[in-house]
Design a protein around this ligand. Structure first.
Ligand code: SAH
Ligand code: SF4
Length: 349
């Protein structure tokens, strides 16, 4: 069976060429051809001899997704649905950002799993359950496909799935996309968002220090968090905090706590107090308050106290921003990503 070459890091590809008694630098040539020149077939890599091109073609393939659909929202987020080789569907979002002085840049929001096993109450992906992890090459290909539209400077792993439950493949995809012989994307421009898989936060702190970390907290009160995020019961808040203290110390990076504001659920004064208390032990921390995007699988509504909640945090010395999610009118926003690949149709959400 042929393998996807986009699953291989530069080091792994060098190992492959060494096993053929070929020069190691051939791997760099392949990386350059695929990730810089964007060649989509081995036969087109004319810097390699015909013999090597044919050998590569016999052993590997280059994943190219089929695009099923794309929709652009009024605020410039384009949601793509891609079909994988086993006909499963995933979603990836290209987001155009503009700052106050009019500078624009693009961010890729990438999926890491087909579905997600953690079943958070507020999340459309969580309602799908888990179908499978994405391969390294499938994560890399999402980025390359989005970059056909515009040069991209940032990646957020905030699409479908829990990145830290597919850690090795996410790590390899980051190694490939940041490799200076290939796409050479800045590591500081990558954010991993996790629901709080504690043991993997330690691993991340030890192994991929330059990427940024965001943690979906949503409640700093244990019983509330357990009911909102039932899949996280084995990773309680006190252990999560310990992991984040370690992360701060080891990397010196700020942790962003993501906090969805849901009306009457987690937006009271005592919720805000619990959040302040949770954050107090962290050295480098900021809170990103997220506007809740309604999905038809529950009765949750966006909070009417967003500004008030933010003020409380600020007056208690916590850095806190309020984020309006982009792409709501095309279901491209956070928590709205869900595909039903069994029937090959998208949920109408
Ligand atoms: N599994 C990871 C990454 C994917 S979710 C995680 O949970 O962090 C990315 C972000 O979307 C998370 O902060 C998540 O909490 C948020 N999100 C989920 N459902 C949402 C909704 N209905 N409205 C707005 N944001 C949502
Ligand atoms: Fe999974 Fe994140 Fe959605 Fe929770 S919020 S179900 S962890 S994708």
């Amino acid at each position: 069976m042929k393998k996807d070459i986009k699953n291989l890091t530069l080091r792994e590809l060098e190992g492959f060429f060494a096993s053929l008694n070929e020069k190691k630098y051939r791997a760099k040539e392949v990386f350059n051809a695929i990730y810089k020149e964007r060649k989509e077939s081995f036969l087109a890599i004319t810097t390699l001899s015909k013999e090597i091109r044919e050998t590569l073609d016999n052993i590997f393939y280059i994943t190219i997704f089929k695009e099923i659909s794309r929709k652009t929202s009024k605020d410039d987020a384009t949601k793509f649905v891609f079909e994988l080789s086993d006909k499963r569907l995933i979603e990836s979002v290209l987001i155009k950002n503009t700052n106050k002085i009019g500078r624009t840049w693009f961010t890729a929001c990438l999926s890491t799993q087909v579905g997600c096993p953690l079943g958070c109450q507020f999340c459309a992906t969580g309602k799908m359950g888990i179908i499978r992890n994405l391969e390294t090459g499938e994560i890399v290909e999402q980025f390359l496909r989005l970059e056909r539209e515009n040069p991209i400077s940032n990646i957020v792993f905030m699409g479908m799935g829990e990145p830290l439950l597919n850690y090795e493949n996410v790590k390899k995809a980051i190694q490939i996309l940041t490799d200076e012989n290939g796409r050479n994307l800045g590591k500081r421009h990558i954010t991993i968002s996790t629901s709080g898989i504690t043991p993997m936060i330690y691993k991340l702190a030890d192994e991929i220090q330059s990427v940024k970390l965001a943690v979906s907290l949503h409640s700093a009160i244990q019983i509330k968090r357990d009911s909102l995020m039932p899949g996280l019961k084995n990773y309680p808040l006190n252990k999560l905090k310990e992991a984040l203290v370690y992360y701060n110390k080891k990397t010196g990076n700020t942790v962003t706590l993501e906090y969805l504001l849901i009306d009457g659920i987690n937006d009271s004064k005592s919720d805000a107090e619990a959040l302040v208390k949770f954050s107090r032990d962290l050295r480098f921390v900021k809170v990103n308050l997220i506007h809740y995007n309604e999905i038809p699988i529950n009765n949750f509504k966006p909070s009417s106290k967003e500004i008030e909640f933010q003020k409380f945090l600020l007056t208690n010395g916590l850095r806190a921003t309020l984020r309006l999610s982009k792409g709501t009118d095309v279901s491209a926003a956070c928590g709205q990503l869900a595909t039903n690949s069994k029937e090959n149709i998208q949920f109408k959400i």
